[in-house]
Ligand binder design. Structure first.
Ligand SMILES: N[C@@H](CCC(=O)N[C@@H](CS)C(=O)NCC(=O)O)C(=O)O
Length: 308
């Protein structure tokens, strides 16, 4: 059986130590059972858009972009030990020292979008992850880093920017790595429609938690139809893109919660969605950011059941 060398830190998240551990796992175990917080990082190539022409969303010259899948991504050799979350006792990093930093929380779906984007572009060594413990937030975060006091935030070129959808576009267009947004106008237009739909998707899905979950059907039907629009791949725009990244953290949470609590299987009768989830789960850059579904269900139960 092929073996995969996994290095991980046991020191992820509040209250844990920061010993590094190396384990050999049987490949058949599947990395999906090893979630961030404990894992190493094996990055494989991701699909990217081969932009033939220069376009406003894609400032890099076409030739540069098409060949920008990093060596590490192509070989799956990127190795990242995730740092522990900083809390109210932690010193701030040397802010505005020229380092590009992505402030996240390991549990925040918005931050996860930006983290996935960074991983997909192979920017692990260019954008440093700074996880924050939101339950015991360091005061310096609001005072010195991001007055909105939320994650995600990106420190880049002596500025701090927020808002996950803005950040994934910003990272895609300002950093090296495979382009994650198409140049095809029809695809761009559809991407914007899908970005606009996310809020109602979220609201429809979460309000279904009050009932038997089936009211979420309309939101997942929209997704199923959207996934049928382009036939050059199983993703929203055919090929893998920022749109998949924008939806993934939420579908990652809704699927196990609705199944566990409401016995509602979002993939039933939705083959495109089932395939999309399957394909997403093959993406190492995304898998490194995933949480344990059991923990997600617990956290959603805590958050939403109290209100029901
Ligand atoms: N619209 C923001 C939402 C970010 C957000 O709400 N982040 C949450 C964590 S998941 C947060 O930082 N909450 C802290 C707070 O609101 O005090 C985005 O897309 O980035």
């Amino acid at each position: 059986m092929a073996a995969l060398k996994i290095s991980y830190s046991s020191g992820i998240g509040p209250g844990s130590s920061s010993n590094q551990i190396t384990r050999i796992l049987p490949r058949s175990t599947g990395l999906s059972s090893f979630y961030r917080g404990r894992n190493c990082v094996q990055v494989h190539a991701v699909l990217s858009f081969p932009c033939q022409t220069h376009c406003s969303f894609c400032p890099l010259p076409a030739a540069k972009k098409t060949t920008r899948i990093s060596q590490a991504m192509a070989t799956g050799s990127v190795h990242e030990v995730l740092p522990p979350a900083l809390d109210s006792h932690s010193d701030p990093p040397p802010i505005f020292d020229g380092t590009t930093r992505l402030y996240i929380s390991y549990t925040c779906p918005y931050a996860q979008r930006v983290w996935i984007t960074r991983n997909c572009k192979g920017l692990q060594d260019k954008i440093k992850l700074v996880p924050i413990d939101l339950k015991d937030r360091p005061a310096w975060y609001k005072q010195k880093v991001y007055p909105a006091n939320k994650v995600p935030a990106l420190e880049h070129n002596n500025e701090v920017k927020g808002e996950s959808l803005e950040l994934i576009k910003y990272i895609d267009s300002h950093f090296d790595g495979p382009s994650l947004f198409p140049c095809d106008p029809a695809k761009k237009e559809f991407a914007e429609e899908l970005f606009s739909y996310i809020d109602s998707f979220y609201k429809t899905a979460t309000s279904s938690f009050k009932g038997d979950g089936s009211e979420a059907g309309v939101a997942f039907d929209y997704i199923e139809t959207a996934l049928s629009k382009f036939e050059d791949g199983p993703f929203f725009l055919g090929q893998f893109s920022l749109v998949d990244i924008a939806y993934a953290p939420f579908i990652e949470r809704f699927q196990p919660f609705l199944l566990d609590v409401k016995k509602y299987d979002i993939t039933l009768g939705r083959p495109k969605l089932a395939t999309w989830i399957e394909e997403m789960n093959k993406n190492e850059a995304y898998k490194q950011t995933k949480s344990d579904p059991k923990e997600l269900v617990q956290s959603y139960k805590k958050r939403f059941m109290a209100q029901l």
